[in-house]
Each structure stands twice: as structure tokens, then as C-alpha cells.
Design a protein around this ligand. Structure first.
Ligand code: PHE
Length: 376
């Protein structure tokens, strides 16, 4: 007879009871949290099965101990297995639920996205740059806030010269000597006066001051004049062109501009006219017109009664070279400055300059370009 029949008997009974009880509880449980509570109740540190396992030591008969141990371990495995099964089922259910909640119909057509358009000015500047890049021109830049020296004086605008007033300059009212002293009736501001550049030509000066000849660059950018009507806006864009080398002459200038215009308008016989003109920083100077026709609010390039001025040009004035410490007997060159909006108007048939900057989204949709690089 064993010394510990009570324990042994109890364990055998408890085991059957335990398994039955656990099965009932498990069948009622419906969440992972409840499942965890059941696990702790039976198999946790102080769980029923664990506690019984601890009691094994007090059975003195080795045979009974072994048998009881086996029973208990089977019970433990049984419950463990059932809990695992339940856990798997719950996880599967949860996943199915989540999948059906997050279901996406990949066959649905995409919602239309508002696509931005490239402004004709940006597009035209890119086209101009590409054409000159192919001819070996670099790209230079200068500040939009300039000083009187770079915008006028170094470009051979004499003090008190009417050409300064012709530019309708926006002067910046700053402190100290930078301010324009109107009270004293002084129309020519001191050389350090700041202003919004009236053209891209000051980039000629800045580039010559900071580098060594030969030069061959374009300088695209914003320019400003206090002017507003059908053909003028206070802010507009120019692309300056500048070539300095030895033995450069007017033939190079004409050839360069004509080949540019042919490439830009993609037209071999584009009507071009060089008209004698005046700029303080070039001698001789010319203005370049393109033949066009205004037709029912549209502007069309080609033979017609109208001409539209698109750029100024000329041979760089010796004084400008001297101002930048270059010897005019050694270095010569030409310069040109084109109006980007004018060229865009002609190429894309846009009749009114002012519409460029009205930010009317319908206008941009009509005249703008797709960002994907095609011409639509
Ligand atoms: N800067 C001149 C203008 O804005 C254009 C120009 C540039 C003329 C270069 C000659 C040479 O009108």
C-alpha cells in the first residue's frame, strides 16, 4: 500500500476533472485575452496543473509517483495543445476580419489627379538654353537686386543720360547712402544705390570682373521696369547672350542670332530684320524683329504686315571692355538680350503679354505644357 493514497487518488480524479473543466472553459472563450486568462489559471506559475505537479514530490511510492507524473504531464500537454489550437483559430479569424476590412479593389480606375502645367516662360527659357548649350554657351547668373554701377555705369550709361530714365528703374529705398535722394533734386543716384535690374546686361560686367576671357555664355533671368501696358509688364524675363574672343565681328553676331531663331521657331525661313538702334553698351547696335501677323486675336509668325521686336544686340562697346580691364584691341565680342515673353508669344500664339502673369489657371491649362516633356 502506498503512504500517500490520498494524493495519488486526488491527482487521478483531478486530472479528469481538470481536463473536462478546461475544455468547457475553452469552448466558451472568445478572445485572445480570455484565452490567456485560462492559460494562466491552469498552466501559470500558480495554476492548477502546476500546483498539482508540485505536489508530486510528496508521493512516496515511486510507481505511483511516476504514474501520477505521467497523468499530470498528459493533462498539461492536453490543455496546452487545446489552447494552442484555439489561439491559431483566433489569429486566423482576426486575419480574415482584417483582410476583409482592408479590402481594396485594384481593378478600380485611379482617381484623376490634378496635374500641374509648365508655364510658357519656363518652357521657353528651357528651350532657349538648350539651343545655346548646343552651341557651346555656358549659363551665368547675376542678382536681381543690382547696384547702379553694374546696371548702368559700367555698361557705359553716362551720368545724367536720358537712357537711364528710359529704363523706368525701380529704385530701392534703403538706409544711408543707398537711398535715392529725391529731396535734393538729384536724379542720378549715387553709384551704390540699389535697384531692381532693368536688364540682364549687368551679368556681362559681373562675369568679366570675376573671370578671364574668352567668354561665351547666356544669362537667363527676371528683369524689372516700372511699365505696364499691352506689351509691357513690370516684371519680365530676358536671356542675355555674350561672346568675347579674339577677332569676333558683326558677321558672327548675325549668324549666331539667325541660327538661334531658326532653331527656336523650327523654321528655316523665319523672317528676321536687323534694325539699327542704340544701346550705350554696344556699338554698332541693332534691334531684331520677327515678321508676324495678328489674326483674330492670335499672333502668327511668318510673312505678314507686322514685326515684333524680340531682342537688342550689338558689338560690345570698347568702354565696357575697358571698364572690366580688358584691352579692346585684343578682345572683341557681341552681346544680345532677348525678351522671353515676346518669343513665347510668337512661338505659341499668345496674343496678350499681361496674361502671362495674371495667374489664371484656365490660361495656364490652355497655354501651359505637360511636365512629361512632350509638346502638349
Ligand atoms: N539690355 C538691352 C535691353 O534690355 C538688350 C541688349 C542686350 C542690347 C545686349 C544689346 C546687347 O534692352
Amino acid at each position: 500500500m502506498s503512504d500517500t493514497p490520498v494524493y495519488f487518488q486526488q491527482i487521478v480524479e483531478d486530472r479528469a476533472l481538470l481536463t473536462a473543466e478546461a475544455i468547457v472553459e475553452l469552448s466558451k472563450c472568445s478572445t485572445l485575452e480570455e484565452l490567456e486568462t485560462i492559460r494562466v489559471k491552469y498552466l501559470g506559475k500558480n495554476g492548477t496543473v502546476t500546483t498539482l505537479l508540485k505536489k508530486l514530490g510528496s508521493i512516496s511510492s515511486p510507481i505511483e509517483k511516476k504514474e501520477a507524473g505521467q497523468y499530470l504531464n498528459e493533462t498539461k500537454q492536453d490543455i496546452e495543445q487545446k489552447i494552442e489550437e484555439k489561439k491559431r483559430t483566433f489569429k486566423q479569424e482576426l486575419l480574415t476580419k482584417q483582410l476583409s476590412a482592408e479590402w481594396v479593389d485594384v481593378t478600380l480606375p485611379p482617381r484623376p489627379e490634378v496635374q500641374g502645367r509648365i508655364h510658357p516662360v519656363s518652357r521657353t527659357m528651357a528651350e532657349i538654353s538648350a539651343i545655346f548649350a548646343a552651341q557651346g554657351f555656358a549659363v551665368a547668373e547675376g542678382p536681381e537686386i543690382e547696384d547702379d554701377y553694374h546696371n548702368f555705369t559700367a555698361l557705359n550709361f553716362p551720368e545724367n543720360h536720358p537712357a537711364r530714365q528710359m529704363h523706368d528703374t525701380f529704385f530701392l529705398r534703403g538706409e544711408g547712402q543707398g537711398a535715392r535722394n529725391e529731396e535734393k533734386g538729384n536724379l542720378d543716384p549715387p553709384p551704390s544705390t540699389l535697384l531692381l535690374r532693368t536688364h540682364t546686361s549687368p551679368v556681362q560686367i559681373r562675369t568679366m570682373q570675376s573671370g578671364k576671357p574668352p567668354f561665351r555664355f547666356i544669362a537667363p533671368g527676371r528683369t524689372f521696369r516700372c511699365d505696364s501696358d499691352m506689351t509691357h509688364t513690370p516684371m519680365f524675363h530676358q536671356v542675355e547672350g555674350f561672346v568675347i574672343d579674339k577677332n569676333i565681328h558683326m558677321g558672327h553676331l548675325k549668324g549666331c542670332i539667325e541660327s538661334f531663331l531658326r532653331a527656336f521657331f523650327e523654321m528655316d525661313n523665319v523672317p528676321v530684320r536687323f534694325r539699327p538702334s542704340f544701346f550705350p553698351f554696344t556699338e554698332p547696335s541693332a534691334e531684331v524683329d520677327i515678321g508676324c501677323k495678328r489674326d483674330k486675336g492670335e499672333i502668327k509668325i511668318g510673312a505678314g504686315a507686322d514685326w515684333l521686336e524680340v531682342m537688342g544686340c550689338g558689338m560690345v562697346h570698347p568702354n565696357v571692355l575697358k571698364n572690366c580691364k580688358l584691352d579692346p584691341n585684343e578682345w572683341q565680342g557681341f552681346a544680345f538680350g532677348m525678351g522671353v515673353e515676346r518669343l513665347a508669344m510668337l512661338k505659341y500664339g499668345i496674343p496678350d503679354l499681361r496674361t502671362f502673369f495674371e495667374s489664371d489657371i484656365r490660361w495656364l491649362k490652355h497655354y501651359g505644357f505637360s511636365s512629361l516633356g512632350d509638346a502638349s
